[in-house]
Structures are given as C-alpha cells and as structure tokens.
Design a protein around this ligand. Structure first.
Ligand SMILES: [Zn+2]
Ligand SMILES: [Zn+2]
Length: 248
C-alpha cells in the first residue's frame, strides 16, 4: 500500500518535472507515439553482422561463423535518423530511465518475431544483460541493458541473470575508439562472477544453456563477442545477442 502510494507520487512528480512527449513529433502522452512508432525502420531481412550477407535470422553466415563465439545477433532496426535514434540517445545519455520500457517492448517484439520464424526451435534459458562497470553504473544510475533485459524477461517469461557476468575493468567507451583499439580495449574485461556467490553456482547456471545477451546498440559487435567468448568457454551451449540497433 505504502509502496503503491510512493510509486504514484514518484510518477506524478516525475511527470511534472519531465512531461512525457513523443521524441519524434512532440505529441503529448508517450515517449514514442503510435505514429512515430510506425516510422521505425524494423529490419525484416536479417543479415550476417560481419559481412552483411543475408541469413535467415541474423546468424553468422557459413563463411563467418567459424570466427565467432556468438551464434548470431538479432538487430531490431536500422539506426539512421529519427525517433529511435533520439530515444536511444535520451535513454543513454540523458538518463531518462522511463524510455527503457518502450525500447524494451520494441526489442521483445523483434525477439518473438525471430523466434516465430524459427518455429520456436530455439528456446532461451536466460537473458543476460551486457554488464556495466560498477563505476559507470553508479554514474548513470542504471544499466541500460538491464532495463531492456527485464522487459524481455517479464514479457517473454525467460529468467534474467544479472550477476552471472561481470565487467571488471573500467574502459573507454567503445564509440570513442577505432576498430583495432576497440578489440584491445575489451581484452579480459568480462568474467564469470565468482564474488559473493560461489563460482560453481555461476558455472552450473550457464552449463549447456542457451543464452540471450541484451544490449542497447552494437557497433562492431566486439563487446557482445567478448561476452559470448566468456560464456562459451565456461560451458554455455549457444549465445545469441539482441540489440535495438547497429550504430557506426
Ligand atoms: Zn510522435
Ligand atoms: Zn558473413
């Protein structure tokens, strides 16, 4: 009861401070209105994220797959201009936590579309958000991938594992680096969590499991690939990733 009142009050104050307007056209009421939602360029012909040859679901093509621990990347939309780009930007850099809910719905819609095409032959055992370093999480106040992961977990009824994977090194944001430096920057950044819980527990949880990594955007895919490597070396059966968009 008290908690409900708190949430109502918090939302009321939040709306006063930051009235919710569509980031595309300014219409009041939601961060992305129905009209602008339709303008988002959802990818209907998936491709290999390395060479862009078209593939059935966004898996790596036969030529590229041997070079990757990741099995494939589901990319929701093209990231040219428009409301999605604005929404991701506001979400990530202006700390508008609320936008995560609608972005999460977009990402969950894409996931179910792809799994439907696969006839639900692939079943994910868990959603793993790409972790932030604790310093960056403290600065932003939330992990943007975790918020998206929670929406997927809730709507698609898959459990979320937020503590399995940790980011132990504080690194320069990938966006600020060229490709070679991005790879170097990520070396040994991610680990299976063995602090606070016994490490065997983490290992048991991922053993022989199908894992879905979640992130907001990908550029070269290097971050997702590093996470996938760690998960696979430690026993995961398959590791796919889903992102809102592929940036440059
Ligand atoms: Zn709009
Ligand atoms: Zn390829």
């Amino acid at each position: 009861m008290l908690k409900d009142i708190y949430i109502i009050l918090r939302n009321f104050l939040f709306d006063l401070l930051f009235p919710c307007c569509c980031l595309g056209c300014g219409a009041e009421g939601s961060w992305i209105c129905q009209q602008c939602l339709k303008t988002i360029d959802i990818i209907k012909q998936p491709f290999c994220s390395e060479c862009r040859r078209s593939t059935s679901y966004g898996e790596f093509c036969d030529r590229c797959k041997k070079d990757f621990a990741l099995d494939g990347i589901f990319i929701c939309a093209n990231f040219n201009e428009g409301v999605l780009k604005e929404a991701i930007h506001q979400y990530k850099y202006s700390f508008v936590f609320d936008i995560g809910e609608i972005l999460g719905k977009i990402i969950n819609g894409k996931l179910n579309y792809e799994l439907g095409i696969m006839n639900h032959e692939l079943k994910f055992d868990m959603v793993v958000p790409v972790p932030l370093h604790k310093k960056r999480k403290a600065w932003r106040g939330f992990n943007q991938s975790e918020v998206l992961g929670k929406v997927i977990a809730k709507k698609s009824n898959i459990k979320i594992e937020k503590k399995i994977l940790v980011r132990n090194k504080y690194t320069t944001p990938q966006m600020e680096l060229d490709r070679d430096r991005r790879l170097e920057n990520l070396k040994d950044v991610f680990e299976i969590n063995n602090v606070g819980i016994d490490s065997y527990q983490s290992l048991r949880t991922i053993q022989n499991k199908n894992i879905l990594l979640v992130d907001d955007i990908t550029t070269t895919g290097a971050t997702l690939e590093e996470c996938a490597k760690v998960l696979k070396i430690n026993g995961a059966k398959s590791v796919w990733a889903i992102v809102l968009a592929k940036g440059k």
